[in-house]
Design a protein around this ligand. Structure first.
Ligand code: FAD
Length: 317
């Protein structure tokens, strides 16, 4: 079922969902299941599975460094199919512009359609680690808006090149990313919102936000989005802070602000176990306020470990 239909069917009740990361290649999918199992009692209608960009590996050979390009966490679509099959739940593969040609994206979408996957998150992806700015690969998309357009074309039965007779069109429900504190490359929040509106106009059905730790930022973002003419569901993304290093890392990587009270609470912690507890308590307060405000879904970034998300969900669902 589509994410938007799950939201409609909930009749205003806030749903629970979460995002997982594929294991590093060579690792068992069992560890993923071990982290999903404890969360299934909260009845997630859908689970997101991220996609990682390719990266360079340097392998020493005959005294020289040989550069190879590889994906360390492949298998997003396969994992989606495995999870859907095992738990009877909808899954949402993240589809990236970065590192994929339009043809590769088309084949991936065809796989999703055959597998009965009805939702995809359309994302640009970040720059590769050695690049300062995002660069589309030859034959790939530069912005998520273009990827949304390709998926919508497929929904109309329009493939990239082939003149084919289509008797079984896909009908993907498309999610896109939104940034309550603006995307790091955007010159202003207003400009970023215009870009978000372009993604909706291209056919996106719902938005999932970047993490934020101050609900006011989300509420203001939703108001500003409405003023821009964005009328699709805007799902808040919640990340429980887990280690002291997050105080520097999260603002640096995502260009988000952390509230003073949260920083103070984390700084008084003696170890990361205490930080994890502070993160859980903060996320519970955030989630309760968002639930009271009637958000459609509370979507958690689990980062592969579910104990803290379970502790939060137990208080709410
Ligand atoms: P876009 O919407 O294309 O926007 C990127 C930037 O370009 C923005 O600054 C925007 O304002 C600007 N822009 C857009 N259109 C134009 C235009 N026409 N002209 C000029 N500027 C323009 N990354 C991963 O690698 N894998 C994942 O699985 C993943 N999942 C995510 C899930 C969520 C919920 C979120 C919020 C992010 C996720 N990301 C993921 C990170 C995401 O890929 C990065 O934030 C990326 O830098 C931007 O992606 P986007 O889809 O928002 O890009």
């Amino acid at each position: 079922m589509k994410v938007t239909d799950h939201i409609k069917n909930a009749n205003g009740k806030t749903l629970f969902s979460f995002e997982i990361i594929p294991p590093k290649k060579g690792n068992s999918i069992q560890q993923l299941y071990n982290n999903i199992d404890p969360l299934m009692e909260f009845n997630p209608p859908f689970i997101d599975v991220t996609t990682s960009r390719e990266e360079y590996l340097y392998i020493e050979k005959d005294g020289l460094l040989d550069r190879k390009i590889t994906r360390m966490r492949p298998g997003t679509v396969g994992i989606c199919a495995a999870i859907s099959h095992k738990y009877n739940v909808d899954t949402v593969p993240h589809v990236l512009c970065g590192g994929f040609t339009k043809e590769e994206t088309e084949y991936l979408l065809v796989d999703c359609h055959y597998l009965g996957i009805h939702n995809v998150m359309a994302l640009r992806g970040d720059a590769m680690k050695h690049e300062q700015y995002f660069k589309a690969c030859e034959g790939g998309h530069q912005f998520a808006k273009e990827l949304v357009g390709q998926i919508q074309n497929l929904n109309k039965g329009q493939y990239l090149h082939d003149v084919v007779e289509v008797d079984d069109k896909s009908d993907f429900c498309i999610g896109v990313a939104g940034y309550p504190e603006k995307h790091l490359e955007a010159p202003s929040l207003k400009t970023d919102l215009k870009r978000l509106k372009e993604k909706i106009d291209a056919g996106a059905d719902y938005v999932v936000t970047q993490m934020f730790f101050d609900n006011q930022k989300y509420f203001e973002f939703v108001e500003a989005a409405k003023a821009e003419g964005i009328n699709v569901p805007i799902i808040p993304g919640i990340k429980p802070l887990a280690v002291k290093r997050h105080l520097q890392l999260l603002p640096q990587v995502f260009k988000i602000d952390l509230p003073e009270d949260l920083i103070d609470a984390v700084e008084t912690c003696k170890n990361n176990q205490q930080v994890r507890q502070v993160g859980v308590e903060w996320a519970i307060q955030q989630s309760k306020e968002l639930q009271d405000a009637g958000v459609p879904v509370l979507h958690y970034y689990s980062m592969g470990k579910s104990d803290n998300v379970k502790a939060i969900a137990s208080e709410l669902f």
